[in-house]
Design a protein around this ligand. Structure first.
Ligand SMILES: Nc1nc2c(c(=O)[nH]1)N[C@H]1C(S)=C(S)[C@@H](COP(=O)(O)OP(=O)(O)OC[C@H]3O[C@@H](n4cnc5c(=O)[nH]c(N)nc54)[C@H](O)[C@@H]3O)O[C@H]1N2
Ligand SMILES: Nc1nc2c(c(=O)[nH]1)N[C@H]1C(S)=C(S)[C@@H](COP(=O)(O)OP(=O)(O)OC[C@H]3O[C@@H](n4cnc5c(=O)[nH]c(N)nc54)[C@H](O)[C@@H]3O)O[C@H]1N2
Ligand SMILES: [Mo]
Length: 765
């Protein structure tokens, strides 16, 4: 039942380790989900929110961006354990009210982990702290907006940065970018810069759209599905149903991952009797336990083997009509892939020629292939090349614009894709800005702004005066934790539009304002025209409405669009060209503007009210057309690149535990990996441990090396774990301090969160 916030923080000495699990979900998942809901929110709020999640005209699950079935197959409860935990986090009845802030000065909050901070509850009133003060104090909304307006007017637009986290709804995101551009800056970094930016950077120039090209229905027609560099059992649990359904129908699933993740091996669907009671069913037919960073080599080898097979039996493997009519660059690609050095491929991937050839046979046979991927591919120096190599392999067999085929980057935050569609981007195209300017009579700046890494560097150089964050937890999401925390404290003003206390509130600018907002599940009804709803876009470009119904925990919370409107009016003046108030009063007004500015949103207000929302145009999927600069899909040629570990070193990736949502920790356990009551762990293969002369459970300091400099993180416990040889894994965000800010993916500038070279130094005692 309902429990008050924990007063204890994580105690790493209580760490327990057991065997990793070999299946995901099952009854245990339902039980854990209910427990967390009841502890935070009590019975009524838990039941009400769970029954409405992902239903038509319900609330979009804030957990992930995996789509819901849009035909009749929606289940009575279309949620998963981790979606339920996300809801419990938001629905909690615990509150961080002014008395709580008064009792917890910054000096105390600095010593707490994110687990403790986030578990204190929902922020109930606007709060402010100024230089020299020890704790946050309440401030009225009017004063908060006035302060922000004054501060922004007193500085220059280039010194203002507007960050967006991907839970932000479409309407809010549209207003927020309009505010930044009205002010005169494209400094609109977002969490996507740290997430799937590499996917967009690879897809846009090669297939003409920076998004995936499959819909959920394609999983019904696919013959072969790859899931590469992702952990769906934890991060996209509803994807397991799609994979299980596909396998039952006869499709083959290939998982590519350095870790034998539970959800990639077996799945116990808690919503079927067999899943609840039995051993579960297999999810993957082939599991390639690849080395971290080896995927570029893998897909080059697969491309080579496809071309080779076509040569052996001409006309049987490639889609010649597709290649001739809509692609370019095949000859150069063919030449580059003509020969292959298997020794290098085996070294780069840690896989055998035999394993790779077996998977190539599956590809050769398949008439419809989907490749899904997530962050295992996007956060390494050669990420963009790796994803382009996937595009090459898909193009060879014409796997675009036919049922059961395509590219499927599986997005993270529930509306991260929609935010980009709404113009949250530091590098907007001129044509896009022209339409925005014409609609509102403003003049948007044309100069590109900062992405997340550039914003981080600007902080460090003292070039950020005002930082506004629409959600998120920038200080902990970035690389090089110590440097970004120090940089943020040099800003004149930091503003956080947030639901719960987090680290970024604690390493704040000289003045800091926290504006508490309604969450997705909260009722938003204080408008002249009555209750309002918002909309989101899922990973497969479906736009649908989302509307919360729960009683907010405080009367002082404002909806995000209202906060943006009042901030803009306080900054730009009531007589500004944009009618901010009209948009805040009636979200249909925002949608009307969007319908005239953004292609694909024609008649937005009517279509968003349809039963299943609507799908945005997707030229590769809809018509096999590719709006690249050349007008055709592009083959590309990349050099082979991987992450070789130096002697005495391992390649470290960071990932999410089963009990966290990015920087929010639901609990202290990583159930599927057998880790309990602790997070400062490093998973290492037993033979690597032996070779390094280290022991299971030994406590070490971790030292990362990059470009001649070192980063150190203290007191991590080594855990013997069946990861690929030469690799190690630690949790995000504990390990972020080890990531040098210049370790990034080329072209996308995404931090190299899965590409660190590390060594371990034993600690005494
Ligand atoms: N419950 C829950 N759901 C979430 C989130 C959450 O924190 N909690 N976060 C959301 C967000 S914002 C995002 S972006 C997504 C993230 O979803 P994921 O991408 O699944 O997230 P990670 O935990 O980073 O897992 C990365 C996976 O890639 C593997 N991997 C690492 N390096 C490599 C490599 O070089 N090659 C290959 N083939 N695999 C590799 C890791 O072993 C791990 O299984 O999830 C979203 N959904
Ligand atoms: N080492 C390492 N670092 C990583 C990653 C990694 O894999 N490894 N992944 C990267 C990725 S993929 C991402 S997406 C980023 C995540 O970066 P962010 O999106 O910045 O971080 P989150 O932890 O998702 O944000 C959590 C905060 O959002 C606020 N919040 C929650 N709900 C709402 C809401 O409805 N409205 C508002 N306004 N605020 C809300 C709460 O106050 C909460 O503290 O981190 C990146 N950092
Ligand atoms: Mo993400």
């Amino acid at each position: 039942m309902f429990r008050p916030a924990p007063s204890e923080d994580i105690d790493e000495s209580r760490l327990e380790v057991s065997e990793p699990k070999t299946s995901a979900a099952g009854v245990k998942a339902v039980q854990v989900a209910l427990e967390r809901g009841l502890a935070q929110a009590g019975v009524t709020r838990t039941v009400r929110s769970m029954l409405r999640v992902n239903q038509r005209h319900g609330v979009d699950c804030p957990g992930c961006a995996w789509p819901e079935p849009i035909d009749g197959r929606r289940r009575p409860a279309e949620f998963c354990e981790n979606g339920a935990k996300a809801l419990a986090e938001e629905n909690t009845r615990r509150t961080a009210d002014p008395a709580w802030w008064a009792a917890h000065p910054i000096s105390v909050l600095r010593e707490k982990t994110e687990y403790w901070l986030g578990n204190q509850g929902r922020i109930t009133e606007p709060m402010m702290i100024e230089e020299g003060q020890a704790a946050y104090r309440p401030i009225s909304w009017a004063d908060a907006f006035e302060r922000i307006g004054q501060h922004i007017r007193a500085t220059t637009p280039e010194k203002c940065v507007f960050y967006t986290s991907g839970r932000t709804a479409n309407e809010t995101a549209f207003m927020y970018q309009l505010f930044a551009r009205s002010l005169g800056t494209n400094n609109l970094p977002d969490c996507s810069n740290m997430c799937h930016e590499s996917s967009g950077a690879a897809l846009t120039p090669t297939i003409g759209i920076g998004k995936g090209t499959v819909s959920l229905a394609d999983f019904d027609d696919a013959e072969l599905i790859f899931t590469v560099g992702q952990n769906p059992g934890t991060n996209h649990p509803r994807m397991l149903s799609a994979l299980a359904d596909a396998r039952r129908r006869g499709a083959t699933v290939v998982a590519v991952n350095p870790l034998p993740e539970a959800g990639l091996l077996n799945f116990k669907d808690p919503q079927t009797v067999r899943g609840a009671l039995g051993d579960g069913e297999r999810i993957s037919d082939e599991f390639l336990q690849i080395r971290v960073g080896g995927d570029l080599a893998l897909f080059q080898a697969l491309g080579h083997l496809l071309l080779d097979a076509e040569e052996q039996a001409p006309g049987t493997v490639l889609d010649h009509e597709f290649l001739a009519s809509v692609t370019e660059g095949l000859a150069e690609y063919r030449a580059a892939r003509a020969s292959l050095d298997w020794d290098v491929i085996e070294e780069a991937t840690g896989l055998s020629q035999e394993e790779i050839t077996r998977v190539a046979q599956l590809l050769i046979k398949s008439k419809a292939t989907i490749v899904c991927w997530a962050l295992g591919l996007t956060q390494q120096p050669h990420s963009v090349d790796t994803i382009r190599e996937i595009v090459n392999v898909l193009l060879l067999q014409g796997n675009f614009g036919k049922p059961g085929a395509g590219a499927c980057p599986v997005r993270g935050h529930s509306n991260v894709q929609g935010d980009r569609t709404m113009g949250i981007w530091e590098k907007p195209r001129d044509g896009w800005l022209d339409r925005l300017d014409a609609e509102f009579g403003i003049e948007s700046p044309r100069e590109h702004g900062y992405d997340s890494v550039q914003a981080q560097q600007a902080f460090e150089h003292g070039d950020v005066d005002v930082f506004v964050a629409m959600g998120g937890n920038f200080a902990l999401a970035c690389s090089d934790t110590e440097a970004i925390e120090e940089g943020m404290q040099r800003a004149g003003l930091t503003v956080h539009i947030s639901t719960k206390p987090n680290r970024s509130h604690v390493v704040h600018g000289k003045t800091s304002i926290i504006m508490p907002t309604l969450g997705r599940t909260d009722r938003d009804d204080k408008h002249p025209g009555g209750p309002q709803f918002l909309s989101v876009e899922d990973s497969m470009s479906v736009i649908k409405s989302t509307q919360g119904r729960l009683e907010p925990v405080s009367d002082h919370l404002l909806a995000e669009p209202v906060i943006v409107a009042r901030m803009a009016a306080a900054t730009l003046g009531e007589d500004h060209a944009v009618d901010w108030r009209a948009m805040a009063e009636d979200y249909d007004v925002i949608r009307d503007h969007i319908s005239r500015v953004i292609p694909g949103f024609e008649d937005f207000n009517a279509r968003v009210r349809q039963r299943n929302g609507f799908v945005l145009p997707n030229p590769p999927r809809d018509t096999r057309s590719f709006a690249t600069a050349q007008g055709k899909a592009q083959f590309t040629v990349s050099e082979l690149e991987y992450l070789p570990a130096r002697p005495g070193h391992l390649i470290l990736q960071t990932l999410r535990s089963h009990d966290q949502y990015n920087t929010t920790f639901y609990g202290q356990d990583d159930r599927y990996r057998g880790i309990k009551n602790g997070r400062r762990v490093i998973l290492v293969h037993p033979e690597d441990l032996a070779e390094l002369g280290l022991a299971d459970r030994q406590v070490v300091d971790v030292v990362s090396t990059f470009a001649g400099s070192e980063r150190r993180a203290e007191a991590f416990r080594l855990v013997s774990y069946p990861t690929a040889r030469g690799c190690a894994a630690a949790y995000f965000p504990e390990a972020n301090a080890l990531v040098h800010r210049e370790l990034v993916a080329r072209e996308s500038n995404t931090p190299g969160f899965k590409a660190m070279t590390v060594r371990f130094e034993p600690r005494q005692g």
